[in-house]
Write a protein that binds this ligand. Structure first.
Ligand code: UDP
Length: 334
């Protein structure tokens, strides 16, 4: 019998490449669609030559309904998109194009091919400065264009579910971390910043006083949630995915070990992110398996990967986050 087929858009990216691993290991034939704007071929290097893997290095904005890439697919996992706060403030049209219009194209291809389930990668940033723990019914309050674009993409998926009957769920990711977390490009993602600083023997640039907490969730747990959301009977649902156990930046510093220096807090940044994960645990039977100390330990064994990553310091961070302060530093965003 031939293998079931799964499509992973953004499959050369951080989370997408772990999705590819889980699917191949679970007996799927996997088709990756990635334009390599944020992803890297090296994220799939360890799968090279795997007969179950086919890669299409193309843009989701170029997808047309009826494309043979989607033919016969059971599931579509949609991670392709652009991230990061600062560039989204500077280039909102591009974010709306890729994250919203690109999603619509993926949905149209999925509809035309009659796929069994689309699982959309949603972002906890859509909740804004949220009450915690944050459940799926929390009011939506995007603080910057990236968050808005991810939310609109999710709404498109639900719209295709309602109007066209396309089976679709969304997994709302809190702070995913793990091997292959992005190391290049613009400032952001605390793990990449700190691991590079550790390798260089430089102090960690702690934002504020480091007491802010994040719901860090290990990437293999995240992709397990996506597979569960694909396999479940439910449709038109959002499921939060976090560890449900927020950790402070100071705790992260103590686990990695090193000196610190402080940089100013940014407007629009929550003090705490904390996923209420009761829905996914009860409805899908998913729960996080990798503890925070264990996850950090695994990342430290992989630290050499950050050797070529940009090395940030307070001065370069101040410069990189200038538009963040300029556009979001107003009372009205609260
Ligand atoms: N952070 C930090 N130093 C840095 C970058 C980030 O202390 O150089 C903190 C930041 O204030 C936040 C946490 O790390 O509390 C996670 O930041 P990231 O940008 O990874 O995710 P997000 O803020 O989007 O949740």
């Amino acid at each position: 019998m031939s293998k079931p087929v799964a499509i992973v858009t953004g499959g050369a990216g951080f989370i997408g490449s772990h999705m590819v691993d889980l699917l191949l290991d679970s007996g799927f034939a996997v088709r990756v669609i990635d334009n390599l704007s944020g992803g890297h071929r090296s994220n799939l290097e360890h799968r090279k030559g795997d007969p179950g893997l086919a890669c299409y290095w193309q843009d989701i904005l170029a997808l047309e309904a009826g494309t043979p890439i989607f033919e016969g697919a059971s599931y579509v996992f949609h991670f392709a998109g652009i991230g990061d706060i600062v560039p989204s403030i500077e280039r909102p049209i591009e974010y709306m194009n890729v994250n919203v219009q690109g999603t619509v194209r993926v949905l149209e291809c999925a509809r035309a091919a009659g796929v069994g389930k689309v699982v959309y990668a949603s972002s906890s940033s859509c909740y804004g400065l949220a009450a915690t723990p944050t459940d799926e019914g929390h009011p939506i309050a995007p603080q910057y264009p990236y968050a808005l674009s991810k939310y609109l993409g999710e709404q498109a998926a639900f719209h295709w579910h309602r109007v066209y009957g396309l089976p679709a769920n969304a997994v709302c990711i809190f702070n995913a971390y793990g091997p292959r977390v992005r190391t290049t490009g613009v400032y952001g993602a605390v793990f990449g910043v700190f691991l590079r600083q550790k390798l260089a023997g430089k102090p960690f640039t702690v934002v504020g006083d480091g007491t802010q907490t994040r719901d860090f969730v290990y990437v293999t747990d995240v992709v397990a949630a996506f597979l569960a959301a694909a396999r479940s009977e439910s449709s038109g649902e959002r499921f939060n995915v976090g560890a449900g156990n927020p950790q402070s930046i100071n705790r992260l510093v103590s686990l990695i070990g090193g000196d610190v220096t402080y940089v100013p807090r940014r407007p629009g940044e929550p003090d705490c992110t904390f996923a209420d994960i009761r829905k996914i645990t009860t409805e899908l039977g998913w729960r996080p398996a990798v503890s925070f100390p264990e996850g950090v330990r695994r990342m430290l064994t992989d630290i050499e990967r950050w050797r070529e990553a940009p090395l940030w310091d307070p001065a370069s961070i101040a410069q990189a986050t200038e538009s963040w302060f300029r556009y979001l530093g107003k009372e009205k965003v609260q």
